[in-house]
Design a protein around this ligand. Structure first.
Ligand code: UDP
Ligand code: MG
Length: 319
């Protein structure tokens, strides 16, 4: 199988309100990867600043630059998934618009990929993000890997080099919880991690707020492991068992005071009701909600599938 050096790469750059970063990112990408057969595919995730205008300028001056622009902000996973879906080269290099991973570090990923890998993930040697992010990430990796047994390449980040065939297969699964890091190990065992440098964001603020990060973590915990559901079932069975024992205790006079017995039964009744309603909501109501697609594209420099387009203004349509 051929590595990224010989067959070329699409650099996918998700952008949400990154007008201050787009041009810096572009310059660093083309400088650090000069000599490679490149496509640079920016995905404008419904930005409300001048991101799209910057992308248009770049696409006008450099034929290696392409872009997709969404009809609204669909979120980080949607943005990179669209990039992965429409990458034209056999390998994808994912670079965030703020280039917190210096692009030159990609050579380490490329060298590892040349050893016969399907995916190579950068792992930060030292992480330059706020303390709460660092601590939160550690806790969530611990819960995912150790408590819930979800296979994720340890320390893996979005700075990654992936075979396009693999990335596209994952996007095409159209998972309710598109969690790339946890899906790769389900499709291949030829992945590895490489230590890479990291730096603080220099322009603009992080676009991933705490609420999103918590929701993202819950999506992983619930979508990629059955253990939370098992814990809920076991809890319900324990509560039912305890209720039975309490009833027997009350009937045989072993539980002296009726006040204690009644209180205990009320507690158990509440626990069982909460669990029953949760299950009803999760399974019956939650599962039957219609979902819109992960993303809709309004404008692009490359052809996109009719199902991914909406209110098209300027999409390159195949003849
Ligand atoms: N991003 C996006 N859509 C969003 C949020 C973020 O496309 O809704 C992009 C963002 O522009 C950046 C990348 O995803 O290129 C990672 O975001 P950020 O750097 O804010 O994340 P952090 O480094 O704080 O984890
Ligand atoms: Mg960042």
């Amino acid at each position: 199988m051929s590595g990224p050096v010989s067959v070329g790469m699409t650099v996918v750059v998700p952008c949400y309100n990154e007008a201050d970063n787009v041009e810096h990112a572009y310059r660093e990408i083309v400088t650090a990867l000069s000599g490679h057969d490149l496509e640079v595919l920016f995905v404008d995730d419904g930005s409300s600043d001048g991101t799209l205008a910057c992308l248009k300028d770049l696409a006008r001056t450099d034929p290696r630059v392409q872009y997709l622009s969404f009809t609204r902000n669909f979120g980080f996973e949607a943005a990179f998934s669209a990039g992965y879906r429409y990458a034209s080269r056999p390998w994808i290099l994912h670079i965030d618009a703020d280039v917190q991973f210096p692009v030159a570090e990609a050579h380490k990923l490329i060298a590892a990929a040349e050893q016969g890998r399907d995916a190579v993930f950068g792992v930060r040697e030292t992480r330059y993000d706020p303390l709460v992010r660092r601590a939160g990430a550690r806790a969530y990796h611990f819960v995912a890997r150790r408590v819930l047994g979800i296979e994720i390449p340890p320390g893996a980040t979005t700075f990654r080099l992936v075979r396009t065939e693999l990335a596209r297969a994952i996007v095409d699964l159209r998972l309710g919880t598109p969690y790339f890091l946890a899906t790769v190990p389900r499709l291949t065992n030829r992945y590895s991690t490489v230590p890479v440098a990291h730096r603080a964001r220099e322009r603009g603020a992080s676009k991933l707020n705490l609420r999103w990060l918590v929701g993202h973590a819950m999506g992983l915990f619930v979508g990629f492991s059955n253990r939370m559901a098992t814990v809920a079932s076991v809890l319900a069975l324990l509560a039912a068992g305890l209720a039975g024992l309490t009833a027997v205790g009350a009937g045989t006079g072993l539980l002296g005071s009726t006040v204690v017995t009644v209180a205990l039964l009320y507690v158990l009744l509440t626990v069982l009701c909460v669990l029953a309603v949760s299950v009803r909501y999760l399974v019956a109501v939650g599962a039957s909600q219609a979902r819109p697609a992960l993303f809709y594209i309004r404008e692009a420099t490359i052809p996109v599938d009719p199902t991914d387009r909406l209110m098209v203004e300027n999409v390159g349509v195949p003849s």
